[in-house]
Design a protein around this ligand. Structure first.
Ligand SMILES: [Zn+2]
Length: 77
């Protein structure tokens, strides 16, 4: 069972309800409901089958403060 990590969504999906793919940063599925990307971990079993496991996100980590840049979107000479 996967759970959408998008906070207001949080929908639950069985593995066969979602499409798992790799967009270059490891396997993930997109929530069919909200479209959020949810990263997965893949484990290969000794018999060759692959099992996906949801990567638990750490609790809301504070975003690193960005230095204020007053020229965002400003035009360049
Ligand atoms: Zn969702």
């Amino acid at each position: 069972m996967f759970v959408c990590q998008n906070q207001p969504c949080g929908a639950q999906w069985a593995q066969d309800e979602v499409e798992i793919r790799n967009e270059g940063q490891g396997p993930l599925f997109r929530c069919p409901q909200c479209g959020a990307r949810n990263p997965l971990e893949v484990k290969q079993a000794p018999d060759g089958t692959q099992k996906y496991r949801q990567v638990a996100r750490l609790k809301e980590s504070p975003k690193p403060a960005r230095p204020a840049d007053g020229r965002r979107g400003g035009k360049r000479a």
